[in-house]
Design a protein around this ligand. Structure first.
Ligand code: SF4
Ligand code: SF4
Ligand code: SF4
Length: 336
């Protein structure tokens, strides 16, 4: 069987996580039910199945918390042998020196760790895990020391930590981190419960990105990318020339497709809608299924005549799926 080529897959190794972030976008997370424990054998089976159906440029191991899988290094090694770049998206609380060294030996490309504030109490208020600030900052420092190009801090900007943006960037700079993803709070998962507390309006969002831009101007050796699409009618990105904004696409070759450890395929990791399962059909057939293509071709009414549509695409419409149950609505952040 010929393998489909996919540029980018977010592979969710587990739903479980040792943190309970107030902003967690995982659609399965609403705090109401216990999550299934990690299942290393099932993850291994699914990864092998996936890589028998597709050659994958970059596989991002995510979750939940992927380091809960005791066989994560074997999984990464298998993916590397099958020709994929592998990135690890972890909360950093379980990244021991031995584990990091193993990742380096395997040739992991990047390790991303959320870091929410230079103030421990703010970081831990948002993660829900006492002690997580020291562990995340220690992990980031070690990753930056060993693999400077591949160390990424992820600063999720919410109303709670927005006042700390400059101090947080200074802290990250001082511990050697030179790559920062600055993502605005994106509504979904646990964040649905805390939207009023975390989401902010246009002016506050613009002010937070202005703080990032000012810092970026003063620190040209630090690199910034914003990975969550924000509607252009909410945030004009033009003034922020030192932040690289990425845009979402309905073309699966241009966006990360999500695959869960049980084989479920979704539009992306924020989307709650299952398009199919690789145990029933190859992933290439699922992504090219006319029903799936048609579901994701719809354009929100308010965006139809917008001259920015080709770039903005209505913002994050996986968030619309979580909030409105439909990809046909523009990003719910527009309501704030
Ligand atoms: S955002 Fe990440 S670290 Fe936080 S609860 Fe969700 S999966 Fe865990
Ligand atoms: S495409 Fe829609 S969300 Fe984006 S700027 Fe235009 S109207 Fe706003
Ligand atoms: S729908 Fe949202 S989360 Fe998914 S790829 Fe697009 S911007 Fe990213």
């Amino acid at each position: 069987m010929a393998r489909t080529h996919l540029n980018n897959i977010v592979f969710e190794l587990t739903q479980a996580c040792n943190q309970c972030c107030r902003f967690c976008y995982n659609y399965w997370r609403d705090g109401s039910t216990p999550l299934p424990p990690p299942d290393p054998a099932q993850v291994r089976r699914t990864l092998r199945k996936l890589l028998s159906q597709a050659s994958v440029g970059t596989l991002s191991f995510s979750g939940g918390e992927p380091l809960l899988l005791r066989n994560i290094h074997d999984l990464a090694l298998h993916a590397r042998f099958r020709g994929s770049n592998v990135n690890i998206l972890t909360n950093g609380t379980m990244l021991t020196p031995e584990s990091l060294q193993n990742f380096i030996s395997i040739g992991i490309g990047a390790i991303q760790i959320p870091f929410l504030s230079y103030k421990p109490e703010v970081h831990e208020y948002l993660t829900g895990l006492p002690g997580s600030w020291a562990k995340a900052s220690d992990s980031l420092k070690r990753v930056a020391g060993k693999m400077p190009v591949g160390a990424f801090a992820v600063l999720v900007i919410t109303k709670v930590n927005a006042p700390d943006v400059t101090g947080t960037l200074e802290f990250l700079y001082d511990i050697g981190v030179r790559n920062v993803m600055v993502n605005r709070f994106n509504i979904g998962g646990m964040g649905l419960k805390h939207t009023e507390e975390l989401a902010f309006g246009r002016e506050a969002l613009a002010a937070a990105f202005a703080d990032v831009e000012d810092f970026a101007c003063a620190h040209p050796d630090m690199h910034f990318v914003s990975g969550v699409c924000t509607p252009l009618c909410m945030l004009d990105t033009a003034p922020y020339r030192h932040i690289r904004f990425t845009w979402c696409s309905t073309d699966f070759s241009l966006r990360p497709v999500a695959v869960s450890y049980t084989g479920e395929v979704r539009f992306c990791n924020h989307s709650p809608v299952v398009m199919g399962n690789i145990y029933n059909r190859p992933i290439g057939d699922i992504l090219l299924d006319p029903m799936n293509i048609s579901r994701y071709s719809v354009v929100p009414g308010r965006c139809r005549d917008c001259r920015m549509l080709s770039r903005c695409n209505g913002g994050c419409r996986a968030a619309s799926e979580q909030v409105f149950g439909s990809f046909g609505e523009a990003d719910p952040i527009l309501n704030y």
